[in-house]
Design a protein around this ligand. Structure first.
Ligand code: SAH
Length: 480
């Protein structure tokens, strides 16, 4: 056999069918297996295949769809021997909908996968030794009931082939809407969410209102936001529209305001051709411009556009970990960066000297200030500004030297300008709350090179059934 022929034989091609065992999974919910040609040398580990809908431990027949040089994507044809971790997803649209990537995997295995992801990132990207990482790891915070936990749903709106309005969720990796108001993550009062979505959908159909078309950038209704206070049972509906008015709004308000617990109905204007869901301006149509919820014994007011943790039962455990790691005695100066509506700031302020919160959304900062007032907390100060520009420029009058810094950035992690400033400020402790282990690990590497040691960390499941994982990490300044 010529060299060229042998090389060709070793390649996998589109439409090749084969049987593989799934030995790993990524947090997008793809099973990962290795394809080996019969004649491949034993030391060859094989060609990596990602298989949607296959779970770790499955033996299955797959067909290669998109072969790339070093890995490929394959379609699941048949599970020949199901994994012991495979469970039947309760949701009828689990496979089409892109919301729950891990619903076919037992919950215990989901949390194991998530914790492993954190460990792998700290080793692979953070360049820590695995044994060191395992020494610092504390018990993972799993959910007691991994369904019906979310206090917020954001439904995209579109039109079906029959011309009727569709409100539901995006199919995985696409913007095709799966029409559905019943969601196994949404809760605890799913019936009410269904009632709200149904009202809006029927209203749009009855009045022949236009819905947004991403391709042309035309049409009115883009998204429906439904949010509720888990401990207060206050409900909020916000309609995100591509326009300045919503025809017939009085009639819709009449219907929605009758729903028990309804506290806030608003319009948010988004005329931009963008994936960013909400626009800058919101007008309250009925009720209050916010709902209130409580975490522990602190009350928080939440505006439609402000960030608020989506899993109220787990939030309390997450924040308790932050509190424990912060190790406050009542005297400390604390910076809470990426503070949102001041939830962590207020949680810490009772046992701190003074807490300074920084957050980019002016609306969230308005909420934060109101929340401090509402709870009678005077030792907190909030600033609206991007952390990476505000903090380096602030100076000691606005931001006195910190003993403890808490950061809770979005998925992209902390900006390097901010990390430099944090290191320069030299707090005793840094508590890093992260929703993406990869960017956390990148930032860990920087902090470890700059005089900090990683003392403790623990994963926390805020997003059961999905591939996402939260992690709280404590860094301690090393005295040189
Ligand atoms: N700690 C809060 C919010 C965490 S979410 C809580 O637990 O509720 C992250 C927050 O960072 C969001 O409120 C978002 O608006 C804010 N944010 C995003 N980019 C930012 C930036 N560059 N500077 C400051 N805040 C930012």
């Amino acid at each position: 056999m010529g060299r060229k022929k042998a090389a060709e034989d070793a390649l996998w091609k589109k439409d090749d069918e084969l049987e593989i065992e799934i030995t790993d999974m990524d947090t997008d919910g793809n099973g990962i297996g290795r394809a080996r040609k019969d004649n491949a040398p034993v030391e060859e580990s094989g060609y990596t295949l990602f298989v949607k809908d296959a779970v770790i431990g499955d033996k299955c027949r797959v067909k290669i769809m998109r072969p790339k040089k070093n890995y490929g994507y394959a379609k699941l044809l048949e599970v020949t021997e199901p994994s012991k971790y495979r469970v039947k997803p309760p949701c009828p649209v689990a496979r089409q909908c892109g919301g729950c990537q891990l619903m076919s995997l037992s919950y215990d295995k989901q949390t194991e996968l998530k914790e492993n992801k954190i460990i792998r990132c700290l080793v692979g990207i953070g360049h820590m030794k695995e044994e060191e990482v395992l020494k610092k790891k504390e018990d993972f915070l799993s959910m007691k009931e991994p369904y019906f936990y979310r206090n917020k749903a954001l439904f995209p709106v579109g039109r079906g082939r029959n011309g009727k309005c569709k409100i539901g969720f995006y199919a995985s990796h696409s913007h095709t809407i799966v029409d559905c108001e019943e969601c196994y993550l949404q809760g605890p009062d799913m019936e009410k969410t269904k009632e709200i979505v149904k009202s809006v959908r029927d209203f749009v159909n009855r009045h022949n209102l236009s819905v947004y078309d991403e391709k042309t950038g035309t049409g009115l209704l883009r998204h429906v936001l439904v949010r509720s206070g888990f401990f207060t049972n206050q409900w909020m509906v916000c309609l995100i529209i591509n326009g300045m008015s919503f025809p017939g709004q009085e009639l819709l308000i009449e219907e929605l305001s009758k729903i028990e617990g309804m506290a806030s109905i608003s319009l948010n204007y988004n005329m931009e051709d963008t994936n960013v869901v909400m626009g800058e301006h919101t007008a309250t149509l009925w009720g209050q411009p916010y709902i209130t919820d409580t975490i522990g014994d602190i009350s928080y007011r939440i505006s439609p556009v402000s960030f608020y943790q989506v899993n109220p039962k787990q939030t309390i455990h997450l924040y308790r970990t932050v509190l424990e790691y912060a190790g406050l005695t009542g005297k400390e100066t604390v910076w809470d960066l990426y503070c949102g509506i001041g939830t962590i700031s207020l949680f810490l302020s009772r046992v701190a000297g003074h807490v300074y919160g920084v957050e980019v959304s002016p609306q969230a900062i308005e909420d934060a200030r109101e929340n401090a007032r509402l709870n009678g907390m005077e030792n907190v100060t909030f600033y609206a500004g991007a952390a990476e520009s505000f903090v380096p420029d602030a100076g000691e009058t606005l931001l006195p030297k910190p003993d403890v810094i808490v950061v809770d950035p979005p998925r992209k992690g902390c900006d390097i300008l901010l990390l430099n400033t944090i290191v320069k400020a030299g707090p005793d402790r840094i508590v890093y709350v992260s929703c993406d282990p990869a960017t956390l690990a990148r930032d860990v590497e920087m902090l470890l090179r700059n005089g900090y040691g990683l003392e403790r960390f623990r994963g926390c499941d805020m997003f059961g059934m999905t591939g996402h994982v939260e992690c709280v990490t404590l860094f301690q300044r090393k005295d040189i």
